[in-house]
Write a protein that binds this ligand. Structure first.
Ligand SMILES: Cc1cc2nc3c(=O)[nH]c(=O)nc-3n(C[C@H](O)[C@H](O)[C@H](O)COP(=O)(O)O)c2cc1C
Length: 423
């Protein structure tokens, strides 16, 4: 397998990155017309790694056809979702692949300036990026005359505002403009009216970092890696009850079982698997009999969940699922920006109902009530944060309904078995 994202830790240094073929993709792109680069990305089949899996080439075409300027490239490095730490790993190990990717996007979309909106809790990565930017400018890969092409492109790092919602692209743009980060109504989409009302491409760190390989090796080679419906390598951050938590770069479509049992070393202390969240906290949980699912956007959706960020969270047989559901909803309730009522009120209700179920104060109709609140949130919110909260809650109920019923009837078995007081 070709590793082109995390590859080698030594790539933090620009000379080593160049020796490994770094900045050749940018060189090739600069010899092409911007529209040809957009075509190449479209041909590669690259799909966005920020969560939704939207085809990158198509998104680029929407911006390419808008003549307004100035135009911007924004790298979404907010990474505020629990369980997701892949963009951090990528910046830590290989910052130049991201800078090169942004410069390629800048040429393709005729943008002169890029911003990296970096999670506030990543100060170390800020230092890594600033050092890499200095190196890239000194070598002429960024600046007034990129690689002697006469084209201008530079990048600024902007620290995030410490809120999950600021990872949502329109809230991110508001935050970048110095406003309170809250989602904007779409349309218009950022590709037409983004930063300061101008055409703006918001792409995830990992998405942009695929571009150097696509340009250097060609779209056809890229399209042949992994699953044909969504090709390329994918970063899978694995956490929870596994022997070897970490970030694994594997071809898209690698089975979930292989990720958990081969790469992450299996369940900790030889215990049995109880549940796995395959794509970050918004993705509905999967049961142990579903882990032969290939990890790509299409297959995970068919299994009733979503690939999202690819963050795999593993739970062993001793895990209380009601407690996991409660923790999940505590997160969503805390992070709901409050702009729209179904999300603001609904996440609060879901948390309150789960809290009483977990503390043996649940009522007979509480499971149906949870489902009803979820139905009233899903599809009725300003942005997908509320949808994520509802689908996560419904996933827990779908697979572990019995455990919820048992909690209402006789409290939390896990607390009794572990000799803990009922919370
Ligand atoms: C609440 C919320 C948080 C999000 N957080 C992130 C994030 O941290 N990083 C990210 O790339 N996308 C995040 N997204 C998705 C972005 O809105 C956007 O779709 C993405 O940056 C597009 O990049 P892509 O086309 O490269 O996938 C979030 C979406 C929502 C609704």
């Amino acid at each position: 397998m070709t590793s082109y994202l995390l590859d080698v830790a030594r790539n933090r240094n620009i000379e080593e990155y160049e020796k490994a073929g770094g900045y050749q993709g940018l060189g090739k792109a600069l010899f092409m017309e911007p529209g040809q680069v957009v075509e190449e990305v479209k041909k590669s089949g690259l799909r966005g790694r920020g969560g939704a899996g939207f085809p990158t080439g198509m998104k680029w075409m929407f911006m390419a056809s808008d003549p307004k300027s100035p135009r911007y490239i924004v790298c979404n490095a907010d990474e505020g979702e629990p369980g997701t730490f892949k963009d951090k790993a990528l910046i830590d190990k290989n910052p130049h692949v991201l800078l090169e990717g942004m410069a390629i996007a800048g040429h393709a979309l005729m943008a002169g300036l890029g911003y990296i909106y970096l999670r506030a809790e990543y100060p170390e990565e800020r230092g890594i990026l600033e050092a890499a930017l200095k190196e890239a400018r000194a070598k002429g890969y960024l600046g007034e005359n990129v690689m002697g092409s006469g084209k201008k492109f530079d990048i600024h790092v902007h620290m995030g505002a410490g809120a999950y919602i600021c990872g949502e692209e329109t809230a991110l743009i508001d935050s970048l403009e110095g406003k309170r980060g809250q989602p904007r109504l779409k349309p218009p989409f950022p590709v037409n009216s983004g930063l300061w009302g101008m055409p703006t491409m918001v792409n995830n760190v990992e998405t942009l970092s695929n571009l150097p390989f696509i340009m250097r090796e060609g779209a056809l080679r890229y399209a042949g890696i992994g699953d044909p419906s969504c090709p390329g390598n994918k970063l899978f951050p694995v956490s929870g009850h596994v022997e070897r938590p970490g970030v694994y770069e594997l071809p898209m479509g690698t089975p979930l079982r292989e990720i958990i049992y081969e790469h992450a070393g299996g369940i900790k202390n030889g215990k049995a698997l109880k549940a796995v969240i395959p794509g970050g906290i918004s993705a509905p949980v999967l049961a142990p009999d579903q882990i032969d699912c290939p990890m790509d956007f299409v297959s995970v959706q068919k299994a009733g969940s979503m690939l999202g960020s690819g963050a795999v969270m593993v739970f062993d047989e001793d895990t209380c699922i009601v407690r996991v559901a409660l923790r999940t909803l505590e997160f969503f309730e805390h992070e709901s920006c409050g702009k729209c009522t179904p999300c603001r009120e609904g996440t609060g209700w879901l948390k309150a109902i789960l809290e009483r179920i977990e503390t043996k104060q649940g009522h007979g109709g509480d499971i149906q009530l949870l489902e009803d609140v979820c139905r009233n949130i899903a599809g009725n919110t300003f942005c997908p944060l509320g949808d994520g909260a509802a689908s996560a809650a419904l996933g827990f109920i779908r697979h572990f309904r019995e455990e919820f019923t048992e909690h209402i009837r006789s409290g939390c078995r896990y607390h009794r078995e572990q000799g803990q007081a009922q919370p």
